[in-house]
Design a protein around this ligand. Sequence first.
Ligand code: MRU
Length: 358
Amino acid sequence: MLEIGFDTVRLDDDNSALVILDQTLLPNNTEYLHLKSKEDIWNAIYKLQVRGAPAIGIAAAYGIYLGMKQSYTLTYEAFYDEFLEIKEYLASSRPTAVNLFWALNRMENCVKNNKDKEIGKIKKALLDESNTIFQEDVAVCKKIGENGLSLLKPQMGLLTHCNAGTLATGKYGTALAPIYLGQEKGYDFKVFADETRPLLQGARLTTWELNEAGVDVTLICDNMASIVMKNEWIDAVLVGCDRVAANGDTANKIGTSGVAILAKRYGIPFYVLGPLSTIDLASKTGKDIQIEQRPGEEIYKAWYQKSMAPEGIKTYNPAFDVTDAQDITAIVTEKGIVYPPFREGLYKLFENKSLRGD
Ligand code: MRU
């Protein structure tokens, strides 16, 4: 059993608040926030106090429950209208990770499926559904870890970008799940974590959580990925995903596509790991995925004591990029490993399953 000494995202014991570990303060402070209002939850998602595709979905599901718990409406119609308002509001927090919309759609289905019940019972159904989304994530990520581990051997050197670990999910992570499961089996992986500019999820979060778990982790700057590959220190690249299109094009943290291109150059397998809730068959290719643009000051100011560029400088700060399917070796999900050409394999995963929670 993987022991984790912190909670990324959970509901308070008396179901009154969303409790998140404030990731903007890591690695120096471990402070938990208790969020009750939809505005606080929206802000926490927008500011990346809670982040990573699956964790955003879980936070939004609990956000819906907490928002609707406070509703004074007496009829189903009024309750549903209020639900739609909160759903739309939370959906506007970040555009790229499809898990957000997937979780919100699941919560909407829950409301509709309980239409004939009294309002108190619909609220209880929303509580149960948000807890189920959380618990399913834990089980799904464990399975992703097992499937991912089948591709790896003891002592391998692994490179990861951004943070797709416990801090991005309910427990195991996606890209980091095989590393945790391997650690339990004494695989002794050597992990290299890209710092992941500009918000430094690799430096601040991945090294922190792997270090806490006793995994051998080395921090590198993003522009050092090539040299560690050339040194033959990397046997596989493992990354998470925010949205996988039907053809396998994959949006993940800015810089991921460059790592994939480098890995191809050096003949290193490049694995994308993620749950079915991150696969969006409604996006035909990467061109259909909306890439979040974030404030320019994150590049040169937000993380520094002094500005690192002239005030008012023009900036371009996309939070994600799309790795072309042709640069991906395999996509590892809880239902199995999909190899190119991806379209058929990805569709197969959804046989007997609804898409995007619809
Ligand atoms: O902006 P972030 O920190 O939310 O971006 C996170 C990523 O890009 C992760 O790799 C992705 O969400 C997968 S998390 C299991």
